[in-house]
Design a protein around this ligand. Structure first.
Ligand SMILES: [Zn+2]
Length: 440
């Protein structure tokens, strides 16, 4: 069996890939300009035209779009609005994401967009080790969520697929026991929660269940080594992190066996990194906001979409032989907070918490203000059976946070095992108690 789903595309030389990307970019920018009212207007205002694209770097001259652009243009003139570049009769699927500010934004796909998206999913599943001999449990939300249809990518690969969705955990454990699936996709928080829940009911996920690969997405955990290792040990399984956004694909990028960053499907998606404050492009390897441009989606082309995700890229060939850029997500712009001039992401705190012994690994971060200065505190849980005192434990965690992040928390509160809420889907681990907005 081949190591790759699509060897020609996945191992194409950088030069050939970029040549192909440039052709696709010219085509899609031209298509967007001529068919989507928003792009026509935005490019005219910015005094740029599709003819200005002569190299991939020329894309930086073009304006950004973001969630707000989606909200403002949706419903204008038609349901799908001014970013949509095809008549509604050509649209066969929409996902909807609610986000934090109310109106759900719709993400439309033509039949070709949808089929190509699922081919990318097959590629990512195959890269994570899925074969047609696997039984796969898709434990993601199916209701409106863009991750729901990704199961079709697994079916097209030939795996036996079980559309579990977000069934209650006792039901899901029953499915795992009875049907003996080998692969599951869920969030990192839920993978941890489900494993813990299994243990409490006398099932050891590492010995009694047959899951050998776990795909995770939706939270930073899958790329935090300590979290990944903890879940892998709990389940005796390999963990693969995927990255998706509702505005583009259920998953746009995924880990290979090397587990060093996530390969992004670069024949479909162009990735740039820009400075958080200025929006100017920054060199590969430096941390900034990831900007994605869809190269082939026609229902709603995304030209320079500000993802709000912070990370960096590595365009060097991977040890797996794939040439597509690897992305490393380090946090969400929305979740970042600044204490004493240091940018802190919840994932930095998680990295520390999941690497320490004597605690359960659950945590909650509180950002507050004192004398107009931001500070953060962390609630953790002591593991049952640990002999350390609460004070000793708090001091040890506080020192470890200071070492990793550079700023000491104002307080570490140690709670009993089970005191913090367990996430069943996407974990909320940051509470912002400030009245002033300190973020940029
Ligand atoms: Zn690789």
């Amino acid at each position: 069996m081949s190591e790759y789903w699509d060897k020609q595309i996945e191992t194409i030389s950088r030069e050939e890939l970029e040549k192909m990307q440039l052709e696709s970019l010219k085509e899609i920018v031209n298509f967007a300009y001529n068919n989507a009212a928003h792009y026509k207007h935005a490019f005219d205002v910015a005094k740029v035209s599709p003819n200005d694209i002569n190299s991939l770097a020329d894309l930086a001259k073009f304006p950004f779009v973001d969630k707000q652009t989606e909200r403002e243009t949706q419903g204008v003139g038609s349901l799908l609005g001014e970013m949509c570049a095809v008549p509604e009769t050509d649209v066969v699927f929409v996902s909807a994401s609610s986000g934090s500010t109310g109106v759900p934004t719709l993400s439309p796909f033509t039949k070709t967009d949808f089929d190509e998206w699922q081919d990318v999913e097959s590629r990512l599943f195959y890269m994570a080790g899925m074969r047609n001999t696997d039984r796969y449990v898709h434990a993601l939300n199916f209701t409106l969520f863009v991750g729901g249809p990704d199961v079709i990518g697994a079916q097209n690969l030939g795996a036996l697929c079980i559309w579990a969705g977000t069934v209650p955990s006792d039901r899901l454990l029953f499915i795992l026991k009875e049907f003996k699936p080998t692969i599951i996709w869920t969030t990192p928080s839920y993978a941890w929660y489900l494993g813990e829940t299994a243990k409490k009911s006398g099932i050891d996920p590492a010995k009694d269940l047959s899951i050998r690969r776990i795909i995770v997405a939706g939270e930073a955990g899958g790329s935090i080594e300590a979290t990944r290792t903890a879940i892998e040990t709990l389940w005796n399984a390999q963990l693969f992190d995927f990255y998706g956004i509702s505005d583009i694909f259920g998953a746009c990028a995924g880990m290979c066996e090397a587990k060093d960053g996530l390969h992004i499907a670069e024949d479909h998606i162009l990735v740039e990194t820009v400075d958080l404050r200025t929006g100017n492009p920054i060199p590969d390897g430096e941390q900034g906001e990831l900007i994605l441009t869809t190269l082939r989606k026609h229902a709603r082309p995304m030209i320079r979409f500000r993802t709000g995700d912070i990370g960096y890229v590595n365009r060097n060939k991977c040890s797996c032989g794939r040439t597509h850029t690897r992305i490393y997500i380090t946090g969400r712009k929305d979740d970042m907070f600044i204490v004493s001039g240091v940018n802190i992401f919840p994932s930095d705190v998680e990295f520390v918490i999941r690497g320490l012994s004597g605690i359960t690994g659950e945590y909650m971060i509180r950002v507050s203000e004192k004398n107009f200065t931001a500070q953060y505190s962390v609630d953790i849980e002591k593991q049952q059976g640990s002999s350390e005192s609460y004070d000793e434990l708090a001091a040890r965690v506080s020192a470890a946070l200071k070492t990793r992040i550079g700023v000491k928390p104002s307080k570490v509160t140690v709670l009993a095992d089970g005191a913090l809420p367990r996430a069943t889907h996407k974990a909320k681990r940051l509470i912002d108690e400030r009245k002033l907005n300190f973020n940029i």
